[in-house]
Design a protein around this ligand. Structure first.
Ligand code: TYM
Length: 348
């Protein structure tokens, strides 16, 4: 069965939005608007899966939800043409997650590497929510029967789980799905969109570590709120090696820091890495970094300024989220009706 093409993706409001979030996700969200109907969600229910001191408490959470919303709009997402909202305002996400809890298998979740990383050694003390995180993520996507999900490379395994859940639901309830006129499958097997030179942006201090909001060193990442001076300082201080840049991509293979900076440049410039090396191959890092600072500042500083401007108008942001939630809810409610019928629950 052909499903209506639709893009869904989410970003957690856990503070410190950085260049990895921008190049791996948000910049792609913006580009996909031209081709698809898109739904972009601030996944606040995911943010509370880690302890309160990590997400900063209720006041910080509210600020962070608004900040991610402002970042979406500042980066170029149009909340009138597409849907921008926060997850907790549409209760169908949590409701479908429960049904999927009864479809997903313990063995599948036990394999999730991100849970292992985030729970660390003290696994007994992790929240059930952290363990169940990927099931809620599958519900986020499938409650809109989304066909495409742009994400960074670190979300690949979660999207495989989403497909497994969709497939098992379709199989377990195959006769009910057919009887109710939905054909052979009710949920699509969603395609991840993980492409381009910056699907995994690395730390500016260590090219073998992912750029992350939880790194204690602020010099490890460029935050979306950084101004031109901060961006320039961080790029200039970024770790490099003593060799000039290679002329071919193969020359980046054992040079993680060089590879990362070239990938960042390529993604910001919308050019392939090979082309960037065609221009800068043989150049010293000092020359390349000057060009990278100019490019990064020209692309990111206007977003930071716009985020700040939009961020001051909380009434506007809250109205975007309320309106987006209404529109998202209308789609999600249709899915929940069908799902309840398929499963055999009695509804009003
Ligand atoms: P979050 O908030 O941790 O990350 C948001 C997006 O940023 C990408 N990302 C990166 N991409 C490249 N390099 C990096 N260093 C980097 N760091 C983060 C992430 O891959 C992600 O695309 N689980 C999701 C949130 C979520 C979601 C969903 C996504 C919840 N439900 C449904 C898609 C569909 C997450 O990790 O968000």
């Amino acid at each position: 069965m052909a499903f209506k093409e639709r893009v869904f993706s989410g970003v957690q409001p856990t503070g410190n939005l950085h260049l990895g979030n921008y190049l791996g996700a948000i910049k792609k969200f913006v580009a996909l608007q031209a081709q698809y109907d898109c739904i972009y969600c601030v996944v606040d229910l995911h943010a509370i899966t880690v302890p309160i001191n990590v997400w900063g408490g209720p006041k910080t959470l509210r600020e962070n939800i608004r900040e991610v919303t402002a970042a979406f709009i500042a980066a170029g997402i149009d909340p009138k043409k597409h849907i921008v909202f926060n997850q907790s305002q549409v209760s169908a996400h949590a409701e479908l997650a429960w049904i999927f809890n009864c479809v997903a298998r313990l063995g599948w979740l036990n394999r999730m590497t991100q849970f292992k990383e985030k729970a660390g050694k003290d696994r007994e003390n992790a929240s059930i929510g952290l363990y169940d995180y990927p099931v809620l993520m599958a519900a986020d996507i499938l409650v809109y029967r989304a066909t495409h999900v742009p994400v960074g490379d670190d979300q690949k395994q979660h999207l495989e789980l989403c497909r497994d859940i969709a497939q098992k639901f379709n199989n377990d309830f195959a006769s009910s799905i057919a009887e109710l006129g939905h054909g052979q499958a009710y949920f699509p097997l969603t395609e991840p969109i993980i492409q381009g030179p910056a699907t995994r942006v690395m730390s500016l201090r260590d090219g073998t570590k992912k750029m992350s909001k939880s790194d204690p060193s602020d010099y490890s990442r460029i935050n979306l709120t950084d101004d031109a001076d901060a961006i320039a300082q961080k790029v200039r201080k970024a770790k490099t090696d003593p060799e000039p840049l290679p002329s071919e991509e193969a020359g980046l293979a054992v040079r993680p820091e060089a590879d990362n900076l070239v990938g960042i440049y390529a993604a910001l410039a919308d050019r392939p890495k090979a082309e960037v090396l065609g221009e800068f191959g043989g150049a010293q890092f000092s020359t390349f970094k000057t060009a990278l600072v100019d490019l990064a500042v020209s692309q990111l500083a206007p977003i930071a300024a716009e985020m700040k401007r939009i961020g001051q108008d909380t009434a506007y942001i809250d109205s975007v989220l309320a309106e987006g939630s209404d529109r998202a809810e209308a789609v999600a409610a249709e899915t929940m009706k069908s799902v309840k019928d398929i499963v055999g629950l009695i509804r009003r």
